[in-house]
Ligand binder design. Structure first.
Ligand code: GCU
Length: 327
């Protein structure tokens, strides 16, 4: 590393001597926005990615991470990226639905048989195809991050969809999430993640749904004491980059960024498993009850969503069938 540095200094020196502007060596900084805290597994995974990129590009490409929605909600960050004010966003497949329709497939309830099926899809040909599908909207996906399974939480157990009847359930701004809650008999209320704690506390919504680490780390566990393990969706987090920023990198730097992103996705698998365990234990300590539910009743209740896609969105239905066929 040291030798590389002194070599670089020598090269810059030589360049200046020969009248070449030092500008040519200026580092490229990619600003990355996301809405979790620094303690969250996904922040740690992306931090590792940023370090790897800095190393493998000899400091020529740097990723600066802005956590905690400092730069805005996921949707606002996507818009900032499209305007060129930032270059990367860690969002998730639910919110990406509004920007690139192929992500809807990931939001279909009970699509994945298990974690192995989910990993095989995200790391296979279909996963890559979906990451590339948004190019015409000015960005591409670099990688997915495991975000476990999402379940309902509120102040009572939700054993079957009948328990959701009449409840205002916060969902992400995603047409599929809205359709799912409606199919289950609840009343869907789309809200940004950052507004949810207060909304639950003040009774603006009665219930919400998420994975265990997000439920715990956002302190929703303080106000909603029953986490019912219906595990309706496995919605991955997704790291995206603007095509302007990505295409502006040299081929070598593009490779460095993509490789580091994929390595961080692998690292995330371990970080995620640890975080799920830890956050569940912490929630139990403060009196949260984790409830086993009648899953079959949820699976049956969401079937009309599949019928609807088959009838009205053949392209999406084909994608869903391809995912179901993944071994
Ligand atoms: C998860 C996901 C976030 C998302 C949040 C939400 O925590 O990691 O990207 O914003 O769910 O429900 O809004």
């Amino acid at each position: 590393m040291k030798t590389r540095k002194s070599l670089l200094t020598a090269v810059i020196g030589a360049a200046l001597t020969f009248g070449v502007s030092a500008q040519a060596f200026a580092a490229t900084t990619l600003k990355l926005s996301h809405n979790h805290t620094r303690d969250h597994a996904v922040h740690k995974a992306m931090d590792a990615m940023a370090k790897e990129v800095r190393e493998t590009t000899d400091g020529e490409v740097r990723i600066r991470i802005y956590p905690d929605a400092q730069l805005g909600s996921q949707r606002e960050s996507m818009e900032l990226m499209q305007n060129g004010a930032l270059q990367m966003v860690k969002t998730n497949a639910a919110e990406l639905e509004a920007f690139a329709p192929a992500y809807s497939a990931f939001n279909m309830p009970y699509l994945f048989r298990d974690q192995t099926h989910f990993y095989a899809t995200q790391e296979g040909e279909i996963g890559e195809e979906i990451l590339e599908s948004s190019r015409k909207s000015g960005f591409i996906g670099l990688t997915y991050y495991d975000a476990g399974a999402r379940s309902f939480y509120t102040s009572k157990p939700i054993n079957t969809p009948a328990d959701l009847k009449g409840m205002k359930v916060r969902v992400q701004p995603s047409p599929s999430a809205i359709a799912m809650v409606e199919a289950l008999g609840g009343s869907a209320t789309p809200l940004a993640y950052g507004e949810l704690y207060t909304a639950l506390q003040q009774g603006v919504v009665d219930a919400a749904e998420n994975n265990i680490p997000s439920y715990g780390m956002s302190r929703h566990s303080e106000v909603s004491k029953f986490f019912s393990l219906d595990e309706h969706t496995m919605v991955p987090d997704v790291l995206v980059i603007s095509t302007n920023a990505f295409d502006g990198l040299s081929e070598e730097h593009q490779k460095a960024v993509k490789t580091a992103a994929l390595n961080s996705m692998q690292l995330m698998k371990t970080l995620w498993a640890e975080s799920e365990k830890e956050e569940r234990a912490k929630a139990e300590e403060i009196g949260v009850k984790f409830v086993e539910v009648d899953k079959a009743s949820f699976v049956t209740a969401v079937q009309p969503m599949y019928d609807d896609v088959q009838k009205n969105n053949p392209e999406l239905f084909t994608l869903i069938e391809r995912i179901q066929a993944v071994k």
